[in-house]
Design a protein around this ligand. Structure first.
Ligand SMILES: *Cc1c(COP(=O)(O)O)cnc(C)c1O
Length: 484
């Protein structure tokens, strides 16, 4: 039988990978996780080190999606990870910066895809998986989502040429940068629907939740999501930890088995959870550095064992906006592992969260269980971000984006002699021009081909905060798509 998925909050079986592909949330409110994380031997892992990125992706994804044939996954991965889309054969290249405190600081570049942020790494594969599974079942899917920038554009660029899928993406009117708006709204494909809503991101998110809460509408209109709890996204992100490790071994002259540390700018905890999964599979990752910005709920947890998510009113708007999250949805999957994958213990913690607004992990669990996962943490503020951007530009001639800067800033607190530190580059600086201008006094370099992005014609529709009207719009567009 294929690898089965269960909920973090009960032992209920949710099915195989294809069943959880379209739905990350279990009916009991928990999240889908594999019944057991596949563990690979050192021989198996080191045997993969010579593979091209797409071929490596097919192997890693198959460990979690053994209900899809290996040669099918290979075809899908080769469609997702092309040099044309990601700018290099390596797809996620490691770029050394320099030696510091006896370690080597390097970037693992994840932002060379179509929308210049690491979300492309997972979303391109998700688009391929959706199209394959839906076409095989003779079905279509309407993806409904809310975005404050990076997720929406990555989803749209991944789905724009997919016949079985339409995207309805809500974005807050006037809250995104001109670059981010142009990137999304310039798409002209008829299956991509950009809808702006007066208000903030949370208002958009509330409308999505309201539509999804109408279970009859949801199943009749085949509404799906691509949000960060989607397990397929987590799986696709595991791949670049392997690719980064293998490159570090080659570039820095290590032997297989030597530890490599990774630093991850974190918001919804999806990216670093993928690192945790890679480490659990047996990849010799040393430390996993959780870097937060001023929204430092996770840093507080790792330092004290106390987890107290904050509300929207207590969430700061910062210059690393994709990390402005005070309730990291994927954190539940990590805590599930900390409590020995025991759904009852997990449920008890989440009950305390609902009743008291927080939980405290017993000290024994925290010191032993957290240490066993290699996770350490730190918090970076606006001034740290600017200093780090300036420092890397002067010292190494490399301009990084504000999120990556948070990662580098915190990484520097955890450098170890003889252990390379790979800082995940989660966006290109061109996406966050204002902050780069503030740090360096000059704009960020733009990748070729995007110089005139803001002058392209835009296709976007303004809607009101009206859930019934949104549902009607989806229904009309779905009928139109069938007629076309
Ligand atoms: C989404 C995002 C993050 C946060 O990643 P999570 O998986 O939510 O922790 C960090 N940086 C950038 C640029 C992002 O787009």
């Amino acid at each position: 039988m294929s690898l089965q998925y269960v909920s973090t909050r009960s032992a209920a079986r949710l099915g195989g990978f294809q069943e959880v592909l379209l739905e990350g949330l279990a009916p009991d409110g928990g999240l889908a996780v594999p019944e057991a994380i596949p563990r690979w031997s050192a021989e198996t892992i080191s045997g993969l080190s010579g593979l091209a990125y797409a071929d490596l992706a097919a192997r890693v994804v198959h460990a979690f999606a053994d209900d899809i044939a290996p040669d099918t996954l290979l075809r899908l991965a080769r469609g997702a990870y092309t040099e044309a889309k990601f700018g290099s054969a390596a797809i996620a290249p490691v770029t050394p910066l320099g030696e510091e405190s006896g370690s080597v600081l390097a970037l693992l570049e994840l932002s060379n895809g179509p929308t210049l942020a690491f979300k492309d790494m997972a979303m391109q594969m998700l688009g391929q998986l959706f199209e394959h599974v839906l076409t095989a079942q003779g079905k279509t899917l309407n993806i409904l989502g809310a975005t404050s920038g990076d997720t929406g554009s990555a989803a749209e660029y991944a789905m724009r040429d997919k016949k079985a899928v339409a995207v309805f993406m809500l974005s807050p009117q006037g809250r995104m940068s001109a670059f981010q708006r142009a990137q999304m709204y310039s798409l002209q494909e008829p299956n991509i629907h950009n809808l702006t809503v007066p208000g903030a991101f949370d208002d958009c998110q509330d409308m999505v939740k309201a539509v999804s809460a109408d279970l009859d509408f949801k199943s009749r209109m085949r509404i799906g999501t691509v949000n960060s709890i989607n397990w397929a996204r987590i799986t696709a992100q595991v791949v670049y930890y392997f690719a980064g490790y293998f490159q570090a071994v080659r570039v820095f002259g290590l032997r297989y088995g030597d530890p490599v540390d990774f630093s991850v700018p974190s918001g919804n905890f999806g990216n670093i959870l993928s690192g945790h999964v890679a480490r659990s599979m047996g990849l010799p990752i040393g430390q996993l550095v959780v870097a937060t910005n001023e929204n430092n709920v996770l840093d507080e947890f790792f330092k004290t064992g106390r987890y107290r998510p904050r509300g929207t009113a207590e969430t700061f708007l910062t210059s690393s906006p994709s990390m402005d999250i005070s309730k990291a949805s994927n954190f539940e999957r990590y805590v599930y592992d900390l409590v020995g994958r025991d759904p009852q213990r997990l449920s008890a913690l989440w009950r305390s969260l609902a009743e008291q607004g927080e939980f405290v992990l017993p000290e024994a669990d925290r010191s032993v269980a957290v240490a066993a996962t290699g996770m350490v943490s730190g918090c970076s503020r606006h001034a740290n971000r600017l200093d780090t951007i300036r420092d890397l530009a002067h010292r190494y001639g490399r301009v990084i984006d504000p999120h990556t800067a948070d990662g580098v800033y915190v990484a520097r607190q955890y450098l170890r002699k003889g252990v390379p530190m790979l800082c995940l580059e989660t966006a290109l600086p061109a996406k966050f021009e204002e902050t780069i201008l503030e740090a360096l006094g000059r704009p960020a370099p733009r990748p070729p081909g995007l110089a005139a992005l803001e002058t392209l014609p835009q296709r976007v529709q303004a809607i009101s905060q009206d859930v019934a009207a949104l549902k009607a719009l989806i229904e009309i567009e779905a009928l139109r798509a069938v007629a076309a």
